[in-house]
Every structure is written in structure tokens, then in C-alpha cells.
Design a protein around this ligand. Structure first.
Ligand SMILES: [Zn+2]
Length: 224
């Protein structure tokens, strides 16, 4: 099932996801695929450039902290190349220094989200950027994006994805891996590709060390 009505095979909406973290790429891949996107992945800035030039994406979703070519440089290079000069860039990053975020915007990023951002927020912002580009250029097939209402319906049919603070199975008690204080549970995100491959991430805070994510499938706790 696709959430996108296609008028031609060449009009498949394609997102290039650039993030060095395999878990993040998997999360984006699952959620964008579910929303009807074709996903290309890159683990670093150099691979991202190669991928962007092989098949021009409709939009780039990228971390700023990247090996080989950092995110700010990647933005600059994408903006300078004729092929990718107008492709919207959404930065989703664990970088929080205002000076670095401002540099990214000056280098060509259209919007910046700070991690952790739930996949729903990332997808909504991605589609907002693609729509805003459509309104200003006529040469791109971006009018193929569905209306928000039809996409919502498609998502509900495909799989129930949601954020909640009261999950069916209560969040487990966890300790901060850095300072060993008890972590405070914040919220749960339920997602995944379908009901048989569902995913659950619980978000926690430590007063000293910041935010953590616990992924049920891998039982892995990580700082985000
Ligand atoms: Zn701590």
C-alpha cells in the first residue's frame, strides 16, 4: 500500500536520510516507507553526496554531526551543485549550540529540528518543506504529495503509530547509565512497519545527564 497517488513511475517521492547512527536510519526508513516515501540512506557526508547525485532526492534529512564531510559542509556543497541546489534540506541533529545551528541555516538548511524528534514530527516537517518548495517552483513534481487528511487515513489503516504517556504496558524502571540515578519516564513512542513488526521507544530524563531512549526490540538504552 502506498499513501501517495502516483501519476508516473518517475514521480516516486524520495528522501535521502543522512545519519551515522544505524538505529536512527532504521527508524527513519521504517516511518518514511510507511508514509509512502522511497528512502535512500547514507552513513556519512561523502556517501550522501554520491547518493544525491546518482538519484536526486526530493528532500534531504540529515544530522549535522557526520564523519568525513560534516553536515554544514554537506549543506554548502549540495547548495552549490546545480543538481541539488533547490532540494530542501531538513537538519535533525543532536547538536544544540546555537552558533552551529545558525551556521547550518546559513549554509543552506531550510529547517532545523533538535533530537529527539519523533518520526511523526520529522515526516510532517519534511512534507511541509517539500510543499513550500512546490509553491515557489513549477519544474518539480512535488504536487504529487497527498493531502494531510488522506495521509492520516492511510497511516491509521497501515499501522497504529502514536505517542503516549500512558502505554498499555507501563514503562520499566531504569537507572541512568552515567550517574546511576533513577531515570524519570517521560513518554512512549509506538511505531514500526506494521503490527507484526511493531516498535516501542520509551523516553526518559536524567536531571544531570539529559535525555535517554530505551528501545524495546533491542533492549538498548542510549542517550539522545
Ligand atoms: Zn544521569
Amino acid at each position: 500500500m502506498t499513501a501517495f497517488p502516483m501519476s508516473s513511475p518517475g514521480a516516486t517521492p524520495r528522501v535521502l536520510v543522512v545519519d551515522g547512527d544505524a538505529d536512527n536510519r532504521e527508524l527513519y526508513r521504517d516511518c518514511f516507507t510507511l508514509s509512502g516515501w522511497t528512502v535512500t540512506e547514507a552513513v556519512d557526508g561523502r556517501e550522501a553526496l554520491v547518493q544525491a547525485l546518482i538519484t536526486k532526492p526530493w528532500v534531504v534529512v540529515m544530522e549535522l554531526r557526520l564523519p568525513l564531510i560534516d553536515g554544514v559542509s554537506l549543506c554548502e556543497i549540495l547548495r552549490k551543485d546545480k543538481v541539488t541546489a533547490t532540494v530542501p534540506i531538513l537538519v535533525v541533529t543532536s547538536e544544540t549550540r546555537p552558533s552551529q545551528l545558525a551556521r547550518a541555516e546559513r549554509a543552506g538548511a531550510n529547517a532545523v529540528l533538535i533530537k529527539p524528534s519523533t518520526p511523526d514530527v520529522v515526516i510532517a516537517e519534511t512534507e511541509r518543506l517539500v510543499r513550500s518548495v512546490t509553491m515557489h517552483t513549477q519544474s518539480t513534481p512535488f504536487h504529487e504529495l497527498p493531502s494531510p487528511a488522506s495521509r492520516r487515513t492511510a497511516l491509521v489503516k497501515a499501522h497504529h503509530r502514536h505517542a503516549t504517556t500512558m502505554p498499555d504496558v507501563p514503562a520499566i524502571n531504569l537507572m541512568c547509565p552515567i550517574c546511576t540515578q533513577p531515570l524519570r519516564y517521560q513518554e512512549t513512542f509506538v511505531g514500526g512497519v506494521n503490527s507484526r513488526h511493531s516498535e516501542r521507544w520509551d523516553y526518559y530524563d536524567c536531571a544531570r545527564c539529559g535525555r535517554f531512549q530505551y528501545r524495546y526490540r533491542t533492549r538498548k538504552l542510549r542517550q539522545v
